[in-house]
Structure formats: structure tokens, C-alpha cells
Design a protein. Structure first.
Length: 185
């Protein structure tokens, strides 16, 4: 189906061009310039990206109050949720970060007393990282506030809609991870 074949949005069809979100305006502009192109993928990916940006922007407030970046909190969260020491390489895989970025963040977190590094007894090139008590307290203090924000952000959706969205996003993620070669947990 091309953009010109797609019907205008109605109350029963929220995917059409009359939708009032930011992405709908972008799609309308592209349809005016290229009416022959199917903007359907843009309507989905654009909305996912816009939602992610807005959620992250608001979610980062508790992190800023704690003096953490999102990436630093992701490292602390990986250590907390796995419950054991991880190497910097394992942390890079857990957080989808580069090794260099993880090394830089671990240095900052170590200087602030949130993580500890210890050398491997068998291989001095390997380091093991664990949370300190302060690191664990930091994660445990921030997480409830983040989850409360996420609950509030999703409060406009009923349980069936949340369940449907969860399932669809899960299916998309599995497809993308499989195509892009990202290991699944």
C-alpha cells in the first residue's frame, strides 16, 4: 500500500495522517513531498524513537539528582540485577556499550566509590567489577522512582493495551536482535 492508497485517519483508525502527534506532522510533510512512498515504517519507527527520547529525557531527572548519567546507571544496574561481579567486557555486552566507554565510566564510578575493581588471580589482564554498598544503595534508591515514573507514563493505557504493546515490541525486538546479530539474554 502506498501513502496515497492509505485512507485518512478516523476515530476508529488512529494510524492515519490526522493523528495529532509530532510524527504524524512529519509523515504528512513527507507525503506532500513524496506521495508515492509508503511512510508506514516511519510511522512506527518514528514513534518508537520519539517515545524513547521523551521517556529518557524525563527518566533522567532522578539520575541527574544522584549525579549519574544514564550510561553510568546502566552499568550500576547491570551489576545490581545480575547479582555478581562482571568483567568490563561482560558489562559492555550487558549495556550495549563499547569497551572504551565502559572503561571510562567504571573509572568515574570507582572514583565516586560506587564500584570496586579487583584483578583476576589467574590473569592480571582481567578485572572483575562489583558494586560497593554505596553503589547498591544508589541503584536501590533510584529504581523505585524510575518505575513510578514509568507507571505514570503508561497510565493512559489500559491493561489490554499495555499487554498488546509489550507483546508487539517484544516480537519486534526479537526480530531486530536476530537480524543485527545481537545476542539474546
Amino acid at each position: 500500500m502506498t501513502a496515497t492508497d492509505r485512507p485518512s485517519a478516523t476515530k476508529d483508525d488512529p494510524t492515519g495522517p490526522a493523528r495529532g502527534d509530532t510524527v504524524a506532522g512529519v509523515v504528512r510533510q513527507w507525503r506532500a513531498v513524496h506521495p508515492d512512498l509508503d511512510t508506514g515504517p516511519m510511522e512506527i519507527i518514528g514513534r518508537i524513537n520519539r517515545c524513547a527520547a521523551l521517556l529518557q529525557q524525563a527518566e533522567d531527572a532522578p539520575l541527574r539528582r544522584a549525579g549519574l548519567s544514564r550510561a553510568e546507571f546502566d552499568l550500576l544496574g547491570a551489576l545490581r540485577r545480575t547479582g555478581h561481579e562482571l568483567t568490563p567486557g561482560e558489562l559492555a555486552r550487558e549495556t550495549f556499550s563499547s569497551g572504551a566507554a565502559v572503561t571510562k565510566r567504571l573509572k568515574q564510578l570507582s572514583e565516586r566509590g560506587l564500584v570496586e575493581r579487583r584483578g583476576d588471580t589467574r590473569d592480571r589482564r582481567v578485572a572483575h567489577v562489583r558494586l560497593t554498598g554505596a553503589g547498591r544503595d544508589t541503584v536501590d534508591g533510584i529504581l523505585p522512582e524510575q518505575l513510578a515514573y514509568e507507571t505514570a507514563a503508561l497510565s493512559g493505557l489500559g491493561t489490554p493495551e499495555r499487554d498488546t504493546l509489550t507483546g508487539l515490541l517484544g516480537e519486534l525486538l526479537v526480530q531486530l536482535e536476530g537480524r543485527l546479530g545481537v545476542p539474546r539474554a
